[in-house]
Structures are given as C-alpha cells and as structure tokens.
Design a protein around this ligand. Structure first.
Ligand SMILES: N[C@@H](CCC(=O)N[C@@H](CS)C(=O)NCC(=O)O)C(=O)O
Length: 219
C-alpha cells in the first residue's frame, strides 16, 4: 500500500516559481527517489493561520505530510526521504555519514552567509550602515565558496556519487546565481550546472514553475 505524500509550497512564490523557494528541494529529492507527491499551495496569509501553524510552528513552507506524519524543516524532510528510498544516501555506513555531514554543511555553514546577502540587499538596504556592511557579507560568502571550491576540486560531487548532501549544497549555491558571485568560482558554477542537468532536478523545476503559472494573479 502506498501512502500519499503532500508537501506545501507558496501559492505565489516571490521568485515566480523559478527554483528558489525551498519546496524545490523536496520536489527534487522526491523526484530523485521516484516518489509521487501532491502539493498544497498556501498563501502568505494562510501560512500564518492556525491550520498551517499546526504543520509548521514558524508559519513557513515547506512542510511534508505522509500518513499521520507531519514534518517541517527542509533538511529534516530531505533526510527523511533519503533514508527511506535509494538514490540519495549511500548504503555504506561511512559514506552515508559523510553525505549527511555535507547536508549539514550546506545548511549550517554555506547557506547562512548566502541568506545574509539577501537580507542585506532586500531588507537592510536603507539602513545608514548598509553600504559598510555589504562588502563584509560578500567577503564571508567568498571565503566559504573558495574553501568549498578547493574541496570539490575536480570531482563531480562532494563525496563519491551524487547524494542528498549535493542536492542541498547545489540548492543553496543556486541562490547566488543572480549575484554573479558563483561565476567567480568556475568549479562551483560547473557543480551547480551538473545538479541542474539532472533529470530529477528538471522535473522538479518544471513542476514548481507550472504551479506558479497556474496560480491566480494577486488582487
Ligand atoms: N529553515 C527553514 C526555512 C524555511 C523558510 O525560510 N521558508 C521560506 C520559503 S523558502 C518561507 O516560508 N518564507 C516566508 C515566511 O517566512 O514568512 C527550512 O529550511 O525549511
């Protein structure tokens, strides 16, 4: 018997469905795992209402429902999917521990300065100290990209075959594409392109974009 998987996503994603909202990470993982899923679209208002807060205490997307199980936090959900289906975590215990380490590295070490850049540009641009802070934020990102690029070297993926660690790392780095910073590191730009070229990524991207295009315009 199969249990239906339902995830939540933005009804009107701020990036117009172009891969940045985090439901993309779940869609990609589910596509890699060959698992069908349904999507419940939620508006910004509905996200803060009790029905959604029961799924997600911080009123955000994505969430994941499967039978009686409800999860929030993208990293935890990708791990849940990866543990249950082949293709995202190696069977060998050591290799598996390495892949899980890269999942945490993506979310805990590489993503925070990248999110800081969005905060600095979108939310803090009018503050008197903004011009002074921005170069510091960018330098912190460059430091991480340089280290990551050195570690990746000539390999296709971070530690052996493609894993959930790569899925999250590529997803995090994609946020930098528009800034131009990624192209300063050709090794990482090529790594991201390899992730985007995976058929599972393409299916997930197309599904997210289709959901945006089908959603009613605001107003
Ligand atoms: N740490 C959370 C972050 C979730 C998050 O920031 N979600 C964004 C969309 S990608 C969101 O819901 N933003 C709207 C809001 O916070 O009100 C995760 O990884 O799932």
């Amino acid at each position: 018997m199969t249990t239906t998987i339902t995830i939540t996503a933005f009804e009107r994603s701020p990036d117009r469905g172009r891969g940045l909202a985090r439901d993309m990470r779940l869609r990609w993982a589910l596509e890699e795992a060959g698992q069908p899923y349904q999507v419940r679209l939620v508006s910004f208002t509905a996200m803060k209402e009790p029905e959604h807060l029961a799924r997600h205490p911080f009123g955000q997307i994505p969430t994941y429902e499967e039978g009686g199980l409800t999860l929030f936090e993208t990293g935890s959900i990708v791990f849940h999917i990866a543990e249950r289906h082949p293709g995202l975590l190696p069977a060998d215990a050591r290799a598996r521990a390495h892949a899980i380490t890269w999942m945490f590295a993506a979310l805990n070490t590489v993503e925070p300065p990248i999110l800081d850049l969005a905060t600095a540009k979108l939310l803090e641009a009018d503050r008197p100290w903004a011009a002074e802070r921005l170069p510091l934020v960018i330098d912190r990102i460059r430091a991480r990209l340089s280290q990551l690029s050195t570690r990746l070297g000539n390999e296709d993926w971070l530690d052996g075959p493609f894993s959930a660690g790569d899925l999250l790392m590529v997803s995090v780095l994609i946020r930098l594409k528009l800034s131009g910073l990624l192209n300063e590191y050709p090794t990482l730009a090529a790594y991201v392109a390899r992730g985007e070229a995976r058929p599972a990524y393409a299916r997930a991207f197309a599904a997210q974009l289709a959901a945006f295009n089908a959603s009613p315009p605001p107003g």
